[in-house]
Design a protein. Structure first.
Length: 184
């Protein structure tokens, strides 16, 4: 590419291309790397979240060693790198803690993840017939209304009480026809 003004078209491919994707934990198994992989990014907009995830993925993320001063409340309460507002000020002002733009904040609440993981483990432990029955029941519930986590827990607790015949793939008529076939 020339340094001439306006010459932005490259005519050749990139000279050195990577053969394998970069892995931030390939040669490094330190506590810092494990900490960064388990880090949850909360209180920022979607764009800032992607930026921080990129920094973690390519080993460019530098965690804070000491709390940083918040721009909003002037206190040393920022504990996450690249943030300029503490989580309290960001939620009060309804802005991103990194870029301070009034956008929709992405929250990855751990409670929702725990509930989802509980449901998945419960589904894995169920027999095939009961699992399919429960999934059909949940789908039927979601078509009519939003299913809450409490409702799911009640279903798992009282799974035996659910009438399996209501949600079977086959109707009762098919059963009676098959019984008459055996009699003849």
């Amino acid at each position: 590419m020339s340094c001439a003004k306006g010459n932005t078209q490259r005519t050749r491919p990139q000279k050195h291309q990577n053969r394998t994707a970069f892995k931030n934990d390939l040669h490094d198994t330190s506590k810092k790397t494990k900490f960064l992989k388990s880090l949850e990014i909360n209180g920022v907009c979607e764009r800032c979240k992607e930026i921080i995830e990129w920094k973690i993925k390519y080993k460019k993320y530098k965690p804070l060693t000491a709390p940083k001063k918040c721009v909003g409340c002037e206190q040393k309460t920022i504990k996450h790198a690249y943030h300029v507002l503490c989580s309290k000020c960001a939620t009060e002002k309804r802005v991103c803690a990194k870029c301070c733009k009034p956008t929709e904040i992405t929250n990855n609440s751990t409670a929702e993840k725990e509930e989802e993981s509980k449901l998945q483990t419960a589904l894995k432990s169920l027999p095939e017939r009961k699992r399919r029955t429960l999934l059909r029941y949940l789908k039927k519930q979601q078509d009519g209304q939003e299913t809450s986590n409490q409702n799911i827990e009640e279903l798992l607790a009282g799974l035996d009480e659910i009438n399996l015949d209501d949600f079977n793939d086959f109707s009762n008529q098919d059963d009676s026809e098959s019984d008459s076939d055996f009699e003849s």
